[in-house]
Design a protein around this ligand. Structure first.
Ligand code: IPD
Ligand code: CA
Ligand code: CA
Length: 276
């Protein structure tokens, strides 16, 4: 499809979609066979912020192909091999080569490749590949979201008392970001909570109704970029925890939820701390 109007005029999104899918499938294969080799584990910002040679190699694999075949596009990648992206102008690929590195190392499962492709800030193509379950989620703006080529149905109205919420226990213990006692109230009000250790998978689960909301105090653009495009196609609502548009240029708080829950969770249970 070549969209008319503005920047998108010369962009063949169907071609990019096919291209991105084949890169992701190949990257998934490379990750799976990496378990037969030695994996180097290093730490980044702190002792629990992990990265491996495989995270880096997979990012480089994507970037070398994208730069060669789409030289005019920008790439924001977690491991820093892409561009310094300070604006959403033009076509921007946002990539997390392995989302859930701690799971990748400790569990050899429950991690995903996450990719979102934006045009002047508008999400066009979104992908999440849960590599070990071989679950491939994708969306093309305006054309619905798919899981392994089967259309994901639109979300049906959820109610909080029967909802399952994706949240990490850190945010229900005292922390710098949010009133943890109100978070505890939320946990007691809903039916149950889950924490999967991969933001991309949790967002994919909101899109498929496996969980009804996912909340985090600290996510980066590459964690959410692909998932937001997929989840918005089925009616999920995303924002930061102030209710403003999710941040695609820097780290921020984040919620994505069934449309019937988003407003109530923010209004009744989220009290952000003043961190200025
Ligand atoms: C992390 C995972 C995790 C989330 C962290 C992210 P990484 O990504 O998505 O679930 O809680 O905030 O940084 O480092 O494994 O790509
Ligand atoms: Ca991540
Ligand atoms: Ca990562």
């Amino acid at each position: 499809m070549v969209l008319k109007g503005g920047h998108a005029l010369s962009v063949d999104w169907s071609r990019i979609d096919r291209y991105a899918k084949s890169l992701i499938k190949e990257a998934g294969h490379r990750i799976r066979i990496s378990f037969y080799q030695h994996i180097d584990i290093e730490t980044k910002a702190d002792a629990n912020d992990l990265v491996t040679n495989i995270d880096r190699e997979i990012e480089q694999f994507f970037i070398s192909h994208i730069k060669r075949d789409f030289p005019g596009h920008s790439i924001l990648g977690e491991e820093g091999f892409g561009d310094e992206v300070n604006s959403l102008k033009g076509v921007v690929w946002m990539l997390d080569p392995i989302d859930g590195t701690m799971n990748f190392i400790h569990q050899k499962r429950n991690f995903a490749i996450s990719l979102g492709i934006y045009s002047d800030g508008i999400g066009m193509l979104g992908y999440i590949y849960d590599v070990m379950r071989d679950e491939f989620y994708n969306a093309f703006r305006g054309e619905g979201a798919y899981l392994n080529d089967e259309r994901i149905p639109a979300l049906r109205k959820a109610n909080l008392e029967e909802a399952v919420i994706g949240v990490n226990a850190s945010w229900v213990a005292p922390n710098r970001y949010v009133d943890h006692e109100k978070m505890a109230e939320l946990i007691h009000t809903c039916r149950g909570t889950r924490s999967f250790g991969s933001a991309a998978i949790e967002i994919a689960y909101v899109a498929t109704g496996r969980v009804d909301a996912y909340i985090s105090m600290r996510l980066a653009p590459w964690d959410i970029a692909g998932g937001m495009i997929i989840a918005s196609e089925v009616g999920a609502v995303a924002s930061n925890l102030e209710g403003k548009p999710a941040n695609l240029l820097g780290q921020d708080t984040f919620i994505i939820a069934n449309p019937a829950l988003h407003g109530r969770i923010l209004h009744d249970f989220i009290r952000l701390k003043d961190r200025t």
